[in-house]
Design a protein around this ligand. Structure first.
Ligand code: ADP
Ligand code: MG
Length: 269
């Protein structure tokens, strides 16, 4: 059985950073992991591989969409701790649909028989909440995770995502595993939100300069901690999230707040 995760959240909130480190944490727990970057920005797996790997869409275009000419090694790259990495890539600029790209990516990986060999597949989803690429990974996911900070905008986006999960869960066995607070030392608004809509908070990570640096270096925190054990405490945040997921939490089918309700709730302090 492959456990499939979809990581969501507002643009720039730390989805890819969090995804790479959760994937690594899962690998450190002995799991065979595939991370699929679904953002046209195609930098999801950068800290795992240290470079921008070729995207599925670029490779498909190069081979004139002849799926039979594509080998797993054309599109699947080995990252840190043995995490396999795929970047879906983007539709042609100004045209096309991100949902189509995610669909093609899954189709190709299935044709390569590359889908069932993993213990965990993690989709790192784009931040744009209206595009077709946004909802597509929910079709495949067992669990959704939402990255947010303690601010209104990210929680507003989280609430939109929760609504999508609620909708998809009508036809798919999908659960929201919980929120991951990121880049914040405060959690009062996060707590206010989850006490209103009832969803778990898996972890809250502060702003950590070394996490910012990890992006520039193209390394996960685990790789950086090999040379600098003072970073072990940061890895522990991600290991804690991985362990909670591997324990197959019940999670929730969320019921989102109404927009007006949310404005009242989060501005009233
Ligand atoms: P997203 O994938 O949501 O667009 P990224 O993962 O690319 O966001 O993160 C955006 C930037 O924020 C990156 O430079 C990353 O290093 C930085 N970042 C993410 N989480 C943290 C954190 N907890 N502390 C400090 N910087 C962070
Ligand atoms: Mg990203």
């Amino acid at each position: 059985m492959t456990l499939t995760l979809a990581v969501y959240g507002k643009g720039g909130i730390g989805k890819s950073t969090t995804s790479c480190n959760i994937s690594t944490a899962l690998a450190k727990r002995g799991k065979k992991v595939l991370q699929i970057g679904c953002d046209p920005k195609h930098d999801s797996t950068f800290t795992l591989t240290g470079f921008l790997i070729p995207t599925i869409i670029d490779t498909l275009q190069e081979k004139d969409f002849h799926y039979e000419d594509i080998w797993p090694e054309d599109v699947i790259y080995k990252g840190y701790a043995g995490v396999d990495c795929v970047e879906a890539g983007g539709p042609p600029a100004g045209a096309g649909c991100g949902g189509y790209v995610v669909g093609e990516t899954v189709k190709l990986l299935k044709e390569l028989n590359a889908f069932d060999e993993y213990d965990v597949i993690l989709f790192d989803v784009l931040g744009d909440v209206v595009c077709g690429g946004f909802a597509a990974p929910l079709n495949y996911a067992d669990y959704c995770l939402i990255v947010t900070d303690n601010g209104f905008d990210a929680l507003f986006a989280a609430n939109r995502i929760a609504a999508s999960v609620r909708e998809k869960a009508r036809t798919h066995p999908l659960r929201l595993a919980g929120l991951i607070g990121n880049r914040t030392s405060k959690r009062d608004l996060i707590d206010k939100y989850v006490s209103h809509v009832a969803m778990p908070v898996l972890e809250v990570l502060p702003l950590i300069e070394d996490i910012r640096v990890s992006r520039v270096k193209g390394k996960t925190l685990f790789e950086m901690a090999e040379k600098d054990p003072t970073l072990d405490y940061v890895c522990d945040f991600y290991l804690n999230i991985a362990d909670q997921i591997l324990a197959l939490p019940e999670g929730v089918v969320p019921s989102e707040a109404h927009d007006r309700e949310l404005f009242g709730l989060l501005s009233d302090y």
